[in-house]
Design a protein around this ligand. Structure first.
Ligand code: SF4
Length: 328
């Protein structure tokens, strides 16, 4: 591990002051960043501990939830309003990682965790454009069973590993950011980038910009929501495919629907095409399949991950079917 200095931020202003230094990184629970530091893939000069910042979960008058960026994953999944009004989020968090990691990991850190592409972590033996821009990508022609089927580029075929972010994408979450220039909000679906020619740039965060909170808008039908994760073993594994969904039915017709996919792309993937195909249509397995086909029409398989295209479609159909069978 490369030597670094450590500072604990008293508040957001203090964090920004400390985080503005060249080579500084914000530290949440450290469940990904410290691993990357041990491998010398990340070499921050200063770690700014932001776990003392807001970990409140506020229920606002308009029905939305405001979640502090330092909220631990366990606390968020267990919160009464999340379990009852946004069960998709609670289930997604519980599906991710071990209990010990969830106890440590913060919401802000979860959003900013980095890919688990094995070539990215192999800094002595593999070429990786994300780790060393311009070096090449050994995953593209290598063993790429877990890699992306949507939105990839020749530069990078990695996936985003977060389960929580898939649920947040389906719920229309908004990320609150603060920097020396002031405050702004960004849709979660816009925060992460597709790789294009610069996979080393993963979000639209500016240097030193801090995630202060996540806002979950009120959504009338989000109580009828769920998360389905397909993985190689039953616990503590990243998603091959995951689906977050919520549905509003008017009789047997889909009045509104939210769908997001995990394990498919460099970012949490909101299934806009599938949603558009389903709205106003009868909630039938045939229409669910047609919506899944529409969403995956642009999917591209690598050498080892062609199975993920059909798996994504089937997982979408299963999730939507489960939602229609839930009590409203
Ligand atoms: Fe690196 Fe992306 Fe290629 Fe993995 S897929 S080796 S992260 S460039």
């Amino acid at each position: 591990m490369t030597p670094f200095t450590y500072a604990r931020a008293r508040d957001a202003g203090d964090a920004l002051r400390l985080g503005g230094a060249a080579g500084a990184k914000y530290l949440g629970g450290g469940t990904n960043l410290v691993d990357l530091m041990r491998e010398t893939i990340e070499r921050p000069g200063t770690l700014v501990d932001v776990t003392g910042l807001s970990s409140e979960i506020e229920e606002l008058d308009d029905g939305s939830l405001l979640i502090g960026g330092a909220t631990r994953n366990t606390a968020l999944a267990a919160h009464r309003a999340v379990r009852t009004r946004y069960p998709v989020l609670s289930r997604a968090i519980i599906a991710g990682a071990s209990a010990q990691i969830r106890n440590m990991a913060t919401v802000g850190g979860n959003i900013l965790q980095r890919t688990r592409c094995t070539y990215f972590y192999d800094d002595e033996g593999s070429r990786c454009n994300k780790r060393n821009p311009g070096q090449g990508c050994d995953a593209a022609e290598g063993f790429n069973r877990i890699h992306a089927i949507l939105g990839a580029s020749q530069s990078c075929v990695a996936t985003h590993p977060s389960d929580m972010c898939v649920a947040l994408a389906s719920l229309g979450a908004v990320v609150h950011l603060r920097s020396a220039q002031g405050e702004r909000t960004v849709e979660l679906t816009e925060l992460h980038r597709l790789p294009e020619d610069h996979p080393e740039i993963e979000t639209l965060l500016a240097p030193g910009e801090l995630i202060t909170a996540i806002e979950l808008p009120a959504l009338a039908f989000s109580a009828r929501s769920t998360y389905r994760k397909v993985r190689d073993r039953s616990s503590y594994a990243f998603a091959l495919i995951s689906v977050a969904g919520a549905i509003e039915l008017d009789g047997d017709t889909v009045k509104d629907v939210r769908i997001a996919l995990g394990g498919v792309a460099h970012k949490p993937w909101r299934a806009w095409k599938a949603e558009a195909a389903l709205k106003g249509q009868p909630a039938t397995p045939e229409n669910f399949r047609a919506a899944a086909e529409a969403e995956l029409a642009d999917a591209r398989a690598l050498r080892d991950n062609g199975f993920k295209i059909e798996l994504a479609k089937r997982t979408m159909v299963a999730t939507l079917t489960e939602l229609t069978e839930m009590k409203a």
